[in-house]
Design a protein around this ligand. Structure first.
Ligand code: KG4
Ligand code: ZN
Length: 340
């Protein structure tokens, strides 16, 4: 190892993905994710099963990440891990492993906030991807999160809007379940929505103040709507699936874009960086493109593997913390709720 190279191992285990990645000076060397399939048959993440699967996956995933990076564990400069937010039993697997590894190798241990990592994923060195400059508005939309964050610097961030109940991805998945689609339903709803009429059915937009979100009302209105229609026609879902998906997605896109417009107006910041699994949604991407032109925004979307839960984003935060020698004591514990 040449002394100027910084090799960071990132470990992510906050939910249902066991992930490890190695970065060298902020550039990706490996990015391994073991997605737990076990939850599919339950229609959502089962915490107990997630912890057990992390236990099984963590050694091979980390081994693979180091091997793929073409280094040995002795080359590592530091170990970064997700401290929270997330499922306690899942977090504990990653944190315990990270502590032991840092101790054994006698290298710094670095704790990472998962939500900060989603935003700093935009700073992974990647050819063809421009990094946002500060300040920017970060929007993290996934199965577990819905947040708008004002990002003034790498570690100077403020949540200015968030969901009061379900996350947007949860709304996709739960409504998908009502439509008898397999978990996670988001990508399928997106696929069907492309073939349907977004104006076929009307769903109410929640009336939530400021920059906060709520998706539980939309879920309830979908339930009542389907019950009503199925009473009249038991084949309603199969005969109208694409139109239901298109109308539902159209409503979500409107909710998200309206809040973003409000955030831009309120902060005067028109650089938007999005992340999280739902940022793959074609309706949201299209609407962002249109709004970018109409409103003079600049939007940033990272490479797909850095938008869903991954360890490269944990490692990049680790890299920046390493630079400022912001290390963590081994007595630290996981935080299932962790605000920054
Ligand atoms: O970031 P992610 O992989 O994991 C966390 O939840 O943290 O996000 C997964 C979520 C699921 O709710 C999934 O249904 C949703 O992202 N999703 C989508 C699409 N692709 C994934 N939702 C809408 N449209 C998509 N194309
Ligand atoms: Zn996440």
């Amino acid at each position: 190892m040449t002394s100027q190279n910084i090799y960071i191992l990132g470990i992510e285990s906050s939910c249902d993905d066991t992930a490890a990645a190695v970065l060298c000076n902020g550039k990706i060397l490996s990015n391994v994710v073991a997605t737990q399939k076990i939850h599919e048959e339950y229609g959502g993440v089962v915490p107990e099963l997630a912890s057990r699967a992390h236990q099984q996956n963590i050694v091979p995933v980390i081994h693979q990440a180091i091997e793929k990076a073409g280094i040995t564990k002795e080359d590592l400069s530091g170990v970064a891990f997700t401290r929270g937010p997330g499922l306690m039993g899942s977090l504990l697997v990653g944190i315990s492993f990270a502590k032991s590894m840092a101790m054994a190798l006698q290298i710094p241990l670095i704790e990472v906030n998962h939500m900060q990592a989603h935003l700093l994923a935009h700073f992974i060195e990647e050819d063809g991807f421009e990094k946002p400059s500060f300040p920017f508005l970060g929007m993290t939309i996934s199965g577990g999160h819905t947040q708008i964050v004002k990002v003034d610097d790498y570690f100077d961030m403020e949540v200015i809007g968030e969901t009061l109940d379900d996350a947007v991805g949860e709304a996709f998945d739960k409504c998908g379940k009502m439509l008898e689609l397999p978990y996670p339903a988001g990508p399928l709803i997106d696929k069907y929505a492309k073939q349907g009429n977004p104006k076929a059915f009307q769903f109410p937009q929640p009336n939530v103040k400021d920059l906060d979100f709520s998706f539980s009302g939309l879920k309830t209105s979908m339930l009542y709507f389907l019950q009503r229609e199925m009473e009249k026609n038991p084949k309603f879902i199969e005969e109208n699936l694409v139109d239901i998906c298109a109308s539902f997605q159209h409503t979500i896109v409107k909710i998200i874009l309206n809040k973003l417009k409000k955030a831009v107006k309120q902060t005067g910041i028109n650089q938007i960086a999005i992340g999280g699994g739902v940022s793959a949604n074609s309706g949201i991407r299209e609407a962002l493109k249109i709004t970018e032109k109409q409103w003079g925004w600049k939007t940033y979307v990272p490479k797909f593997e850095y938008t869903t839960d991954n360890a490269a984003m944990i490692a990049i935060v680790g890299h920046y913390k390493f630079l400022k020698k912001d290390f963590t004591d081994a007595s630290i514990s996981a935080k299932s709720r962790y605000r920054f």
